[in-house]
Every structure is written in structure tokens, then in C-alpha cells.
Design a protein around this ligand. Structure first.
Ligand code: 5GP
Length: 175
């Protein structure tokens, strides 16, 4: 794609696929004989989640939540509104939240509290990307794909104004 907004590539397609395979192997080991429900956070996590789930070798289900953060497009306020809730009841089940990116961590903190209140048996997080420099709250992220520097990134599900989700790599947005 000849687009000047697409900057340096931080994670190449083969690096993404290799890491997804490793994470899926780890999850398959950890959740053998469990009741695994993957919860994808719309829309960004859909791409990562569908690649991840196809590599998981234990029985599992998928469900989705859509949330909106009050605040600007590039800055999370931590005040989150649920646009679409789960279809499934997760009480007593082994829930794994699948996120595209953890930035300040405020969105995830809200989700962990909200889903934790529904009494799942276990509640863990699998995030493709994390920006440690930006973290405002300390959260238990059990599975992490890549740590990236404090840059706004696009691709592999991540958008800028709803575009670029289809890029097969993760790149810095040139502003
Ligand atoms: P947090 O609440 O952790 O600050 O923000 C999480 C959400 O902000 C992510 O799920 C994602 O939607 C958005 N976000 C944070 N950093 C980036 C980024 O670098 N690129 C894109 N496209 N979205 C981001």
C-alpha cells in the first residue's frame, strides 16, 4: 500500500504469525481440561483473536464485547461504556480476555473489574502488544505478544480513523 501514513514496520507478518503460534501453544498447555472462553474486544482484537484461536488445540468458545472509552481517539480516559455485552454467561468458566494493545491499561482495568464481578473461575489476559512506558495501572497480563515503544501503531487490527486494520504487519503511524 503506497500510503505515507504507514511508517516504520515494528512487527513483520512472519513475526506476528510465529508469536501467535507460540502463545497458542502456551494457552493450549495451560487450559487443557478447562472450560476456556476467549473474549475479544471489538474491533481491534478480532484479527489477532481469529489467528490465535485457530492455533489453539483445546476446546474453546469465543464471545465479544464492544466498549467505548470516553476521551479522544488517541488517549484513553479510563471511563468506559459497554456498547455490546457478552452473549455468554461466564460464571464458573475460564475466561481469557484477548486484547490488541494495552496502552495506559485503563480500558483493561475496567474490563477486569467488570468481568471479575461475574465470578468466572479464572480470568486472564492475552494482549498482542503492550506499551510499558505508557502504563498507568499495574495489571496482570499473563500472555503478551510484543512490547513496543511509545508510538501510535496501526495494522493487524489496529486502526487510525477505522482504516489500516487490514495491514498484515504492525507499523508506526506517520502523523
Ligand atoms: P488504554 O485504555 O490501555 O489506554 O487503551 C487501550 C485502547 O486504546 C486499545 O484497545 C486501542 O483501541 C487504543 N490504542 C492504544 N494505543 C493504540 C495504538 O498505538 N494504536 C491504535 N490504533 N490504537 C491504540
Amino acid at each position: 500500500m503506497d500510503d505515507h501514513a504507514i511508517g516504520d514496520i515494528l512487527v513483520k507478518p512472519d513475526e506476528l504469525q510465529n508469536r501467535v503460534r507460540e502463545l497458542a501453544a502456551e494457552i493450549s498447555r495451560d487450559y487443557a481440561d478447562r472450560d476456556l472462553v476467549l473474549i475479544g474486544v471489538l474491533k481491534g482484537a478480532v484479527f489477532f483473536l481469529s489467528d490465535l484461536m485457530r492455533q489453539i488445540e483445546v476446546p474453546c468458545e469465543v464471545d465479544f464485547m464492544a466498549v467505548a472509552s470516553y476521551g479522544s481517539a488517541t488517549k484513553s480516559s479510563g471511563v468506559v461504556r459497554i456498547l455490546k455485552d457478552l452473549d455468554a454467561v461466564i460464571e464458573g468458566r475460564d475466561v481469557l480476555i484477548v486484547e490488541d494493545i494495552v496502552d495506559s491499561g485503563l480500558t483493561l482495568q475496567y474490563l477486569l473489574r467488570n468481568l471479575g464481578a461475574r465470578n468466572p473461575r479464572t480470568l486472564e489476559v492475552c494482549a498482542l502488544l503492550t506499551k510499558p512506558e505508557r502504563r498507568k495501572v499495574n495489571l496482570p497480563t499473563r500472555y503478551v505478544g510484543f512490547e513496543i515503544p511509545n508510538r501510535f501503531v496501526i495494522g493487524y487490527g489496529l486502526d487510525h480513523g477505522e482504516r489500516y486494520r487490514n495491514l498484515p504487519f504492525v507499523a508506526v503511524l506517520n502523523e
